[in-house]
Design a protein around this ligand. Sequence first.
Ligand code: FAD
Length: 535
Amino acid sequence: MGTSQRDREVREPVLVCGAGPVGLVTALLLARWGVPSTVLEAASERDASGSRAICLQRDVLEVFDRIGCAAPMLAEGITWSVGRTFYRGHELFATTYSDPGCSSLPPWINLSQCSTERYLLNAVEANPLVDLRFDHRVVALTQDRAGVEVATGGGRRLRASQVVAADGARGAVRRLLGVGFPGHSFADQFLIADIRVELPFPHERRFHFDPEWNPGRQVLVHEQPDSVWRIDWQVPTDYNLAAERASGALDARIRRIVGERPYEIVWLSVYRFHERVADEFRVGRVFLAGDAAHLFAPFGARGLNSGVQDAENLTWKLAAVHHGWVSGHDAERLLDSYSQERRPAALENLRVTNATMQFLVPQDEAARARRREVLQRAVHDTDSRELIDSGKLAEPYWYLDSPLTTPHPSAAHFPTAPGMSRPPVPGVLCPDAPCLVPGRPGVTRLRQLFGAGFVVLAARSSSSRPGIGIPVTSYALAAIDPAGAVRRALRATADSVHLVRPDGHLAAVLPSPDAAALTAALRRACGQDPPGGNE
Ligand SMILES: Cc1cc2nc3c(=O)[nH]c(=O)nc-3n(C[C@H](O)[C@H](O)[C@H](O)COP(=O)(O)OP(=O)(O)OC[C@H]3O[C@@H](n4cnc5c(N)ncnc54)[C@H](O)[C@@H]3O)c2cc1C
């Protein structure tokens, strides 16, 4: 790559298509790295109606914290940590979402997607590095060795070094690139309503199979701020909302749950759900993220949550290229790792949510009979409760097989089932734990140290500074971990060294403080050839 092209790449903003939650988070994370972006949004203004995603997961709140948006979300959101599953009034089991890492962030909050987007937009509007343009629908895109050109409706043309397509499931970019979006769409329908009403239920996720108020089907009830309840009914495939509304049957349906209490419908929609993952997440200079790249049924809250993790994974890599910290083949390898890491994450989400949908909406009579039998047996037989799938909630993926991760022997037998606690091996999101950093009173937990470069955590501080371009900060556990909580969370030994990526994932766990091994792990984590040649 010539010097002038390199200079142009450094100067040009990244183009982000779509100002949904994933596009906005992408722009804010890029800005945190000092990278300017232009966000092109088809709509002429923010859509303040509609609700969609309500459940935000702890590790995603961590990302919101990094871009300065978590505080108002936490203040407004409903915090919860228990999900209960019922069958015909019997409580079958309760799942508690605990905190393995003593985080100060809750495992879950519920907040309407409108509020989430409003806080993100407020942050974008206050950020001089983000240029948000409504009424800019992307309609064409071409790319060559020098860059990408995007055309918007109205004939405007913009050039960029890279494009992040966060334009949602129906966006244009994936189609313009000719990338396939294989998968499955379910015929079954779900009526999803946000209803303002004073209900006596606790702050919990409550999933009902075959309740008396929706016989033979299921209902999910979940609280949002301001006494608004998300009620999600499975309805027949020929369900007609307009007809039900006109006949008064909708009011009767709602009254079966809320009784005679006064209520107000805040939002109401009928959905069919889809399970799809794009064939490619990177095509040259264009990267697909969020719903543009994957689409899941929402019973695991894996759509928005994993879209934010796409953005977190991609932005530090784009920043490393933008700032020239990596270049040439190394830059290509680092950017390729976005697909290599996030597509398997999407396929895992697809596997998990698809299994949930197979249980929730069995596709033939044999599967329906099996489901009935499992639910009936589960009332008395605790062992059969394991067969019930009322949704396996979002969690961060593990990049064990990524080319950026230094392999580690203890990664064998890694637990991959949903909801299990993951050991702190290379590839996993680094656990959180309380810590103290001399001179930085605002830092009270480990993960607050991440997000601005690589972090080295070693028993003692070392004077050696690995010579790579990207920022690296080293901390001595002896200095920041007086209570030993970080060491316990990391399962650190007296000599071990943990290398943490900017997105908080462990890149390497080295058995001893060996400067050459640390440099090799850092180079690998940046897509660079290890010292001494190709690998
Ligand atoms: C009922 C329901 C409940 C859900 N619950 C949850 C949940 O609890 N937790 C969770 O994590 N997820 C949940 N989801 C999924 C979540 O809503 C989506 O994953 C999330 O909105 C994806 O965000 P995004 O930014 O990728 O795409 P979108 O939100 O679709 O945003 C895309 C943006 O791109 C714009 N755009 C489209 N085309 C163009 C174009 N050509 N040019 C420029 N701009 C364009 C659109 O106007 C839009 O603003 C739920 C979804 C549904 C339907």
